[in-house]
Design a protein around this ligand. Structure first.
Ligand code: NDP
Length: 323
């Protein structure tokens, strides 16, 4: 049997952004409902060591952090729902979302926190060595490669920023790009080319990530020249794939404004989307910082923005009723 659930604040997504919005929304008395989606807990549930989330002296585990965040959200009154939304109607309030089993969710406000997924090259060896030398986030994992040889794959802003960032930890950074020119902004390119600790391999792609015999994790990359097909080997301890992300916005195409990279557009300095009463937070609207702590921060902002929106809407409704 299908059910209809109504709330003042409907939250879609249960990573740090969605759960932070839930904690703030619940404490503001909005009794939020969080629809968790296909990856409850979000990207942190697929990582292991987390060393940069404030408040923890020792290394913590990503899945544990998300369990704690969820427990905290439930403790203050948020309700979790395990469902996959397949249909949205944002043309009027309450906003209406429908799950794949037919359950209906009505929200006076909607917080979109569906996140993003890193793009991967799609090699079996890449998946096998993920978390063992292969990563898609230098800011998260670069620290674990202090004094070691690392490579970054990609030619956009993210790849160049990650290569520059990694020079804080490593004196041997290689940027590997499949073409002979970068897509990154000129200013970043200049900083990259000036840096003595970074070399660039042009017209090169990764054919395999190589794990060593008796060696824990990645020890080399097998490279292919994209013009000649010639293979070569580069010894590295860390390989950072930085070829872009897919924001999870498919559901919202045509309902809220997206930018050219398919991220949800928000008014600068807020989480307000093009639809009044719909807010976006976390990686689904942030292609620059993409950290758990920034996602949590924008989740808090979304709850505060939603709370203000409801207060104003209630005030207007009362004024109209009094006329
Ligand atoms: P981009 O899509 O801009 O760049 C992806 C890079 O990866 C490209 O160089 C592309 O190569 C390469 N690539 C894609 N697929 C493959 C593949 N299968 N094999 C090898 N290489 C591949 O992604 P970014 O994450 O860099 O940036 C996304 C957006 O976020 C951009 O709009 C960017 O400007 C923005 N951004 C802004 C920042 C800032 O302002 N500080 C920081 C980070 C991102 P090719 O060039 O050949 O297509």
């Amino acid at each position: 049997m299908t059910a209809t659930h109504s709330t003042r604040m409907l939250i879609l997504g249960s990573g740090p952004a969605g759960l932070s919005a839930a904690i703030y929304g619940a404490r503001a008395g909005l009794a939020p409902i969080v629809v968790q989606g296909i990856q409850p807990g979000g990207q942190l549930t697929t990582t292991t060591d987390v060393e940069n989330y404030p408040g923890f002296r020792e290394v913590i585990q990503g899945p544990w952090l998300m369990e704690e965040m969820q427990a905290q959200a439930e403790h203050v009154g948020a309700q979790m729902m395990w469902d996959t939304i397949v249909e949205v109607d944002l043309s009027q309030r309450p906003f209406r979302l429908v799950g794949d089993g037919g359950h209906v969710y009505l929200g006076d406000t909607l917080v979109i926190a569906t996140g993003a997924q890193a793009k991967w090259l799609g090699l079996d060896s890449e998946q096998k060595l993920r978390g063992q030398g292969v990563s898609a986030c230098a800011t998260c994992d670069g620290f674990f490669f202090r004094g070691k040889k690392v490579a970054v794959i990609g030619g956009g802003n993210t790849a160049v920023e990650e290569a520059l960032y990694l020079t804080n930890h490593s004196h041997d950074v290689t940027l590997i790009h499949r073409r002979d020119s970068l897509r990154a902004e000129k200013i970043l390119q200049e900083r990259l080319f000036k840096h003595h600790g970074i070399k660039v391999l042009w017209n090169t792609e990764v054919a395999e990530f190589v794990g060593g015999e008796g060696h824990q994790g990645l020890c080399a990359l097998e490279l292919r020249d994209t013009r000649t097909g010639e293979l070569s080997r580069l010894d590295v301890d860390g390989g950072f794939v930085a070829i872009g992300h897919h924001p999870a916005t498919e559901l919202f195409k045509g309902h809220v404004d997206l930018d050219e990279d398919h991220y949800i557009k928000v008014e600068p300095g807020t989480t307000r989307t093009s639809v009044p009463g719909v807010f976006a937070c976390g990686d689904v609207m942030d292609k620059i910082y993409r950290q758990a702590i920034t996602a949590a921060g924008t989740g808090c902002m979304a709850a505060l923005d939603a709370e203000r929106f409801l207060a104003e809407a209630d005030f207007e409704a009362e004024a109209i009723a009094a006329e």
